[in-house]
Write a protein that binds this ligand. Sequence first.
Ligand code: GLY
Length: 568
Amino acid sequence: MLKALILLLLVGCAHKVHIVTPVEPFSRKQYEAESKNHMVTSQGEATTKATLEILKSGGNIIDAFVTASFMISVERPQSTGIGGGGFLLLYKKNENKVYAFDFREMAPVLSRKNMFLSKNGTPQSLLSQVGPLAIATPGLVAGLFEIHQKWGKLAWSELLAPAINLARVGFPNYPHLHLAINDRKHVLASDPDAKRIFFKDGDAPLTLGELIIQEDLARTLELIAEHGKDGFYKGQVAKSIIKTVRSKRGILTEKDLRDYKVKERVPVSSIYKGLKIFSMPPPSSGGVHVIQILKMLENYNLKKMGPQSVGAVHLTAQSMQRAFLDRATYLGDPDFSEVPVGKLLDPAYLHKLSEQINTEKAIKAVDLNLVPLPKESTETTHFSIADSEGNLVASTQTINGWFGSGVIAKGTGIILNNEMDDFAQKVGALNLFSAVGGEKNLVEPKKRPLSSMSPTIILKNESPYMALGSPSGTRIITCVAQTILNAVEFEMPLFESVAATRIHQQWQPDKLKIESPFLNQKVESELKLKGHDVVHEKLGCSIQAIQKTKNGWIGVSDPRGEGLALGN
Ligand code: GLY
């Protein structure tokens, strides 16, 4: 009872911000940091500390990004790893330019449109989620290596040293990892290499506080430290990946690994309330829909309604619902079919979408209509870094579901992703996050599956203002949009912007999901009267955000998790 009352804490009194949050009262001290020079926020304590050390010892923001990526791969093996992929948004202060890099996994050459359908056309989601067919060609190591070649300062091998050490020495099992191991224990138990890492004496899952040691992974990282990306995509590691996958009747080939390509993309961007927002373009849907949601809401005076008021929650949910209809209709890999990004972000188009919203009643998903486009125009992880020169990094990385496909390449410690599940098995089929699959996201050889990852950078008056992102599939989009809304529209301090109770609406299933315990009984009753099908659900987001202050930076690691914000 006491806990429930604490959970309903109203925070931010000092700033006259009254919001409901599911977060414990002591968390501000633990998850918020201020600094003059550098700032790092990540979902891992060891990751944040090692990354800050790189910056303090003269490394630049790219060096910090590389160390953070390898460290978090070791520290959150349930969420990300060198068997996966991701995206980077980078703001380079000296050029006043935001870059976007795509090192997302690619479908193997032997993949086929109907590979996850039974003979009668029924989607077989187990096949795209567990085991060898779920694996797409990993892109993480290629991405880190090529970006480091372009702009890194310290030696590559130096940047991997902390991750090699962490894998070898180990770290205590923590609550989220413990939960993930137990959730996936049947999959992990069927792989001898996984069993050796995550089970005690090979029998029972490791308990909280017991050491997670990844000796094989330490040796693989040493090979990558010595040989660069070839240490992963060629030689004994590549052979082991292919041998393991093939022995389980998978389709990944050595050529898939050799041919993997990192892509530089043009970030999506828009002006919102005078700020310049940059985010990840397709093959992520994240940036397009974060911007769509914010721009639809710009037409209403949410501030006057107040944060977490019936009016503000209703309009936010309806904007999310509208954005997700476009996601299912238009988004996919831009290398395979045209994604009309310009049209989807056209201010006049977004104005029309916001006019579709009924301010009194929730529209049923089936009644929502597409608006003609203008003629022209679970796991995952995120970290954000800022340095003393004003450069920013926002990077989201993943192996998709907890422990990805559950397949470990024998003797390497590499947990291979299940990113093939982010494709549509057929039009209308649902993925792990219940997102509806569209025509443009059907499986094709060498295609990249549609993502929701939304690493985002915001500039104010041509200067860095914010870097943020989150894990959690389709919820990433709505969590990132709400954090920006809280900070910009409702002028909340960064901690409250991150801590406030969140909602999620993704068109299908047509539910208004609200974090537990609840927003406010009265608000929820009124939302139901407006026609929202309200359910309580953990949303799984873990926002890692950094904001510019007068004196330097403020960093917040989402108090829902076990991350750390630290600066100097
Ligand atoms: N695998 C989750 C995403 O890319 O959105």
